[in-house]
Design a protein around this ligand. Structure first.
Ligand SMILES: NC(=O)c1ccc[n+]([C@@H]2O[C@H](COP(=O)([O-])OP(=O)(O)OC[C@H]3O[C@@H](n4cnc5c(N)ncnc54)[C@H](OP(=O)(O)O)[C@@H]3O)[C@@H](O)[C@H]2O)c1
Length: 257
């Protein structure tokens, strides 16, 4: 699909990967529909993009609210008449494990990371069918390839299952589904994590490439792909490495407190 003149809806556009992707796609000629809760951030980003000649529409959206998602899709259709690409990017980390999270935390993580994208798909598919096709890009994670942090991984594994099944279900309608699975990249989400990581541009470029030539799945940065493969081929080694790392983190936290 040509990025130029396409209509692209991006959830979680107020920060990190979503904001960088919006800038990149607008630079390449897409009209970007910016969705997230923080309207100020969205307006600042929209002004920046428009100053450079780009086109934007700001739709404040909380993806945990069904009405907000329906409103986002309907407002875009009312304004432009179509949606070429939906990028389900909004996501939050889970500070605690499944065994230690409160019920409210669990519901928030699952609703933002998994139920939100499912509802957005349901809202957009009738329009994409009517217009003869489209593209859905889900932002998963390497944590959806390799179980690392239980609650977060559960949602990202779910998003991978969703992407694979949707791709098969929506094929007859010429709606393509791509899963982008980032490893660590530098955004507010990973602040405080002390491993070397590239900027979010690496994900934005993968998303732009996926719009031009859709693929089943893209793991970025590239060096996480062999790691994800190895983790599946040698699950016992992964069990040992991940739990060793988690025990070290726990001990470090206990020492600090
Ligand atoms: N950074 C990484 O290393 C990494 C690695 C793997 C996967 N990912 C995935 O990449 C995606 C983007 O993450 P990021 O690193 O760019 O994090 P980020 O900078 O914290 O951005 C998260 C975005 O999600 C939005 N969001 C959170 N809750 C929302 C809600 N209820 N409704 C609407 N929007 C909501 C936030 O906007 P508001 O707060 O304004 O609503 C923000 O724009 C996530 O799905 C994340 O799981 C990131």
């Amino acid at each position: 699909m040509n990025i130029r003149n396409s209509i692209v809806v991006i959830t979680g556009a107020s920060s990190g990967i979503g904001a960088v992707t919006a800038r990149e796609l607008a630079r390449q000629g897409a009209t970007v529909v910016l969705a997230a809760r923080r309207e100020d951030q969205l307006r600042t980003l929209a002004a920046e993009i428009e100053q450079l000649g780009g086109k934007t529409l700001v739709v404040p959206t909380d993806v945990t609210r069904l009405d907000d998602i329906d409103h986002l899709i309907q407002t875009t259709i009312d304004t432009y008449g179509r949606i070429d690409v939906l990028i389900n990017n909004a996501g939050i980390g889970a500070g605690k494990t499944a065994a230690t999270s409160s019920d409210d935390d669990m519901q928030q993580v699952i609703t933002v990371n998994l139920l939100g994208p499912i509802r957005a798909v349901r809202a957009v598919v009738p329009h994409m069918r009517q217009q003869g096709g489209g593209l859905i890009i889900n932002i998963g994670s390497v944590a959806g390839e390799v179980g690392t942090t239980s609650l977060y991984s559960a949602t990202k594994f779910g998003l991978r299952g969703l992407s694979d099944s949707l791709r098969r279900e929506l094929r007859p309608y010429k709606i393509n589904v791509v899963l982008i699975a980032p490893g660590f990249v530098s955004t507010p989400l990973t602040r405080g994590i002390k491993v070397p990581m590239p900027k979010a541009d690496v994900v934005a470029h993968a998303i732009a490439a996926a719009i031009q030539r859709p693929r089943r799945k893209i793991i970025v940065p590239w060096y996480y792909a062999p790691l994800a493969y190895l983790a599946k081929a040698l699950p016992w080694l992964t069990d040992w490495l991940v739990s060793r790392n988690q025990i070290q983190q726990m001990l470090r936290r206990e020492k600090q407190s």
